[in-house]
Design a protein around this ligand. Sequence first.
Ligand SMILES: [Zn+2]
Length: 332
Amino acid sequence: MYIRLLLLLTILCVLTCPVQTHAEEQLSEEQIHTKRMELFQKSEALTHIPWYYLAAVDQYERSLRFARKDREKPSSLISIYIDAEKWSGPLNPHLQDENPKTISLFNGFGRDGDYDGKASIKSDEDIMAAFTDYVLQYGTDRDNFKLALWDYYKRDKTVSIIMGKAKIYKHFGTIHLNDKAFPLPLRFNYSYRNTWGDARGWGGRRIHEGTDLFADYGVPVRATSYGIIEMKGWNRYGGWRIGIRDINNTYHYFAHLSGFSDNLKVGQVVEPGMVIGGVGSSGYGPPGTSGKFPPHLHYGMYKDNGLTEWSFDPYPHLRQWERKDRIKSRKS
Ligand SMILES: [Zn+2]
């Protein structure tokens, strides 16, 4: 009888265990952010590397995993990518090596951060330990961290994107920054349709990379995401235009503005809904040219994957943000 009961309990446990892991995958986005933040803060306590530096690298790498086919989609809390050769050590004959001693013998990145005796490339804490140990060879201040990033990625744009994210995280004190806003306040008159890829006349053979939102002169133009101002100024096609990089490596481009909000600077942190300028018709000539076409906001989106950047259709996103803003305004 006892044996039967024991057997039954064993079977029950085996049956419920996968259910538990399944439940773990069902964590809300906010709960995942909380767990991730705990890991960053734990690493900061151990290494004195500011949590927002670690969060910025991790978020950069997470975005890459969604944007690139040669990377696996994120399956754990931490997304920092260290390839097997780097992990085990360049001359290590055992590419899947998890032995901290032999890994260190071959100068590999792998570390045992969770003290289970193995340096596992699949363990969040082991990856954090490996990456922070790498950074500590340089130092924990801003300049040394940037140097560590440069040696790791060998790409200026990647370093500046990661430093931008660090500034955003530090500013808001959280990594829970996924909210978005429609670029125009819904109470104004405006219209837009999907013009992705349409041919355009001026400036040679170019296709239309973005969505045109038609509205009156001076209608407020708002940041659509949490981000950092990467570019601001005149361009003969775009007129007065501004570019904002969000935390997913996406670059949001606002063109033909009538002007900018006061005190807006490159390197400034913005949040969704913050007014950055007004609708205008600037562009298609030397600085100050305006009125060559009806006033509208040209809105473009570009994705960086760590190697290159390309434009994609903002229209479905605009529709989604507009819908969400409408729901929000009904609630308030
Ligand atoms: Zn346009």
